[in-house]
Ligand binder design. Structure first.
Ligand SMILES: Cc1cc2nc3c(=O)[nH]c(=O)nc-3n(C[C@H](O)[C@H](O)[C@H](O)COP(=O)(O)OP(=O)(O)OC[C@H]3O[C@@H](n4cnc5c(N)ncnc54)[C@H](O)[C@@H]3O)c2cc1C
Length: 500
């Protein structure tokens, strides 16, 4: 995919080309522009926003750089060098000021009202971490093609407003296809397609890859993930930038690690549907179901500390004796009380072709057959082809633990436990789903893409999910922080290159 072209016909020329218009791409473009460079953003899809527009819009910040560094070091568990973590930790301290500045353009400001008070896990430095969101302002309706969480729409509207204010050129429906490199391996530009026609774009200073992960690339998921299948939420991220960087010589990291939980997949849609407990865990919020494997046995804390981080992991278990994944799909079992507690799923999608409003009482989905219904646990087990005695025993044990107020088996917090006693009973198939992948080209402290022998590839930068630092456990709200901190470093770095 990297094409050697020292003397090339160029259709368009700029100083910095940013590939991908999610949060990382927008921020990198803003930073490169503010550092004095002429910038072009190219986006593959007809609309910008990527996963960023669908997200909760939480941005992690730190009260102390040292605390943040200690936390990031433990959460990455050796998968990311200290010298790469330091700039992120430093950037997390100033990030509120940076977001506050950008938010003024949209007439809003960061809000601390949803402050959690600490990082996701009880690691050193956790008390030095927290997250912000933007205060409400008219943003959600600005993106009629995307239906996601409101926080992400606000955050992305702020990015869009700042890109527009600076008159940064944006080219939609323009997928990057390959990098153009010179004799020393330096990146000279990008070959892309616009309106179906090839176009060569010269980048006189550099290219910043912000094209997200590979969550919708089945071949890459097959090669890098243990669990199969893992369904995506966003369709536009197919690992293009990762492959282009590889062709230019990039080393890869964290390819196995994805940010994901469990959720639903139906033939009507090419993407997965998240359940409504997928955000940060609330220890006092009832979760209506238990999850059982194909034999009817419970196997996990269904509401782990970060449901969207590790929720998928227990499903990855491969049974070597059976040579299969007995938890893919698993079944979520609940009762009539649970069914009545409100919509159990929410469809989020950044694609104008699709939308679906989950019903408030879940009955439309029962009608569709997405949720199986039966008068008794025995009848339900027959419908989902599970041994009735095993499922009855599993439900009875769960109900006894609810009565005792302790989940001795998987340590689910007592405040989240809810017995399954009132007929009718329900079952739903659930699958591992990927919100976003964390693996891609390795970067250094300056967000330069590093080759397989440890040297920077000249004039090639990356930011956001394509090159995430998270290689072990995720810090909630940390990915968007990476878009801001890494995006700014990358944009400034590219802008500071000597123009060719
Ligand atoms: C439901 C949900 C909630 C989340 N909540 C949070 C949260 O609150 N806080 C947090 O930190 N993280 C959250 N995340 C994760 C976060 O949204 C992502 O990690 C982050 O938005 C990634 O930003 P990005 O700019 O790297 O990628 P994206 O926003 O996905 O942007 C990548 C862009 O590149 C484009 N692209 C792909 N290939 C090409 C190509 N060949 N040429 C040109 N363009 C291309 C894509 O179409 C896309 O527009 C959440 C994720 C989900 C799914």
């Amino acid at each position: 995919m990297a094409t050697q072209h020292s003397s090339h016909h160029w259709d368009q020329e700029t100083e910095v080309v940013v590939v991908g218009y999610g949060a990382a791409g927008g921020v990198a473009a803003i930073a490169a522009h503010d550092a004095g460079a002429k910038v072009l953003i190219i986006e593959k899809m007809p609309h910008p926003g990527g996963i960023s527009i669908l997200s909760g819009g939480g941005v992690a910040f730190a009260r102390s750089a040292e605390g943040a560094f200690q936390y990031l070091k433990r959460t990455c568990n050796g998968t990311t060098p200290d010298e790469v973590l330091r700039p992120l930790a430093d950037g997390m301290v100033g990030i509120i000021d940076w977001v506050t500045e950008l938010a003024k353009v949209s007439g809003t400001e960061p809000s601390q009202s949803e402050v959690r008070g600490h990082g996701t896990y009880p690691f050193p430095g956790t008390d030095d971490m927290d997250s912000i969101k933007l205060k409400d302002f008219p943003a959600y309706d600005a993106f009629p093609w995307a239906k996601g969480l409101r926080g992400g729409a606000r955050l992305f509207k702020m990015v869009v407003d700042n890109v527009a204010k600076r008159n940064i050129e944006v080219s939609l429906s323009t997928p990057a296809k390959s990098l153009v490199t010179g004799p020393e391996g330096e990146v000279l530009g990008v070959l892309a397609e616009r309106s179906g026609k090839p176009i060569a774009i010269k980048a006189r200073k550099g290219v910043v890859l912000c094209s997200g992960g590979f969550e919708n690339n089945p071949e890459m998921k097959l090669q890098y993930f243990q669990a199969q299948p893992v369904y995506p939420v966003y369709l536009g991220n197919t690992g293009d930038g990762i492959l282009m960087a590889q062709k230019a010589g990039a080393a890869l990291w964290h390819m196995w690690h994805f940010h994901g939980g469990y959720g639903f997949k139906y033939p009507e849609f090419p993407f997965a549907i998240r359940h409504v407990w997928a955000g940060p865990r609330n220890d006092k919020r009832k979760m209506i179901w238990i999850a059982v494997d194909r034999f009817g046995n419970r196997f996990m804390d269904e509401y782990p500390p970060a449901p969207q981080d590790t929720g998928a992991r227990p499903l990855e278990y491969y049974d070597p004796d059976l040579q299969e994944f007995p938890r893919i799909p698993c079944n979520l079992i609940f009762d009539e009380e649970g069914r009545k507690l409100g919509p159990l799923a929410m469809v989020i999608v950044n694609d104008a072709r699709y939308h679906y409003q989950w019903s408030a009482d879940n009955l439309v989905e029962v009608e569709k057959g997405w949720i199986k219904k039966a008068a008794s646990i025995e009848e339900l087990s027959k419908q989902i082809k599970i041994d009735p005695k095993t499922l009855a025993a599993t439900v009875a044990r769960w109900n006894a633990q609810c009565a005792a107020g302790t989940d001795n088996d998987y340590k689910r917090p007592p405040g989240t436990m809810m017995p399954i006693v009132n007929p009718p009973f329900y079952a739903m198939e659930a699958w591992p789903i990927v919100s976003n992948t964390q693996g891609g080209p390795v970067h250094d402290a300056r967000q330069r893409v590093i080759d397989a022998l440890g040297k920077p590839i000249p004039r090639l930068y990356a930011a956001g999910d394509i090159t995430s630092i998270f290689g072990h456990l995720y810090l909630e709200a940390g990915n968007i922080t990476e878009c801001f901190v890494g995006g700014r470093i990358a944009g400034q770095g590219a802008a500071a290159e000597n123009a060719s």
